[in-house]
Design a protein around this ligand. Sequence first.
Ligand SMILES: Cc1ncc(COP(=O)(O)O)c(C=O)c1O
Length: 376
Amino acid sequence: MLERYEKSLNALERRNLLRGLVPQRGVDFASNDYLAFSELEAIRDAVRDALDDGVPVGAGASRLLRGNHEQIVALEDEAAAFFGAESCLYMGGGYMANFSLLTALPRRGDLIVYDELIHASCHEGMRAGKATCKEVAHNDADAVEDVIRAWRAGGGTGQVWIVVESLYSMDGDRAPLDDLMAVADRHDAFLIIDEAHATGVFGTGGRGLAHAYEGRDNVICLHTCGKALGCHGALICAPEVLCRYMVNRSRPFIYATAPSPLMAVAVRKALAVLQETPAYQDELQNLISLTGEYLSERCGLAASGSQIIPVVMGRDGAAMELASALQAQGFDVRGIRQPTVPAGTARLRLSLTRHVDETQIRTMIDALADAMEKHL
Ligand SMILES: Cc1ncc(COP(=O)(O)O)c(C=O)c1O
């Protein structure tokens, strides 16, 4: 009975694609805790106070039963105001949120045009949904428009949806949001923008790269809470009617226990800290600048301009060896392989967080330069 799973794992091992869980160790160049909010005393205090005030650990039920805790409602109101959206829905996580959006909103007869590098959760949502889905080359707004035109010319009459990330999780580059928004407007399309890696880091007060567009009728933004906000869950920011529709039609929303009210307290505090203390964002931006300069000086690598820096090696083996060499020197740097990134583009994904300081960054880059010389 268990044999076929063993066999399948053995096959992965033969292809050097077997993954395993390892304990946390080494200086953090791997997490998405960009602002180090997961350990921020102000957020821990807020959670402690809430516990003392009787806020429950678990919601106890789906939102539509008894799980609609006032902390979650307060978070949604504050998040909608903070990001500039008409309404907001707090979900259990970004994966679930993307899956929920793409299974609930687009219908049979609709068209979804998506960037080839969007997150796995969008792919799963599209696969489970009923719309026609077309992939376009990365960050190519003209290609998005060509696909829409061709589909309309071929008789497509449904609603069009465009799905992108604002800052790509494995490349650290930005989407051409102005161009994509213009395409969406020209074709009466919805634009779904996954802000997972931009929330808290970019945009006025950490409001994300799509802030200028939030609040429009044809824009839906996803702000995950498990990355720069240091918590857990995800905030779907959208027109009010769409949030109400999700409450009635999104099965993962309806049939899952609501997120922990204590986590809602933590996210509320994280949003408050973003507004009160822009210095955290500034500190991260300084780390991003100095890393870019030093990487180009020591390794000849171009900066991504963000806290996510890919060092593309190509071969899986080369990326994994490089990662191991850095891990052996005390740096938590991870190699990323297919299917997370396209085959032939295996890489190190360096991520910058406030958990590291300038000296640690320089030491890591020195080690990277030495290891690259040996492995290239
Ligand atoms: C772009 C993007 N969207 C969504 C998710 C899923 O978010 P969560 O971790 O909150 O489930 C991730 C997680 O890595 C991501 O990188």
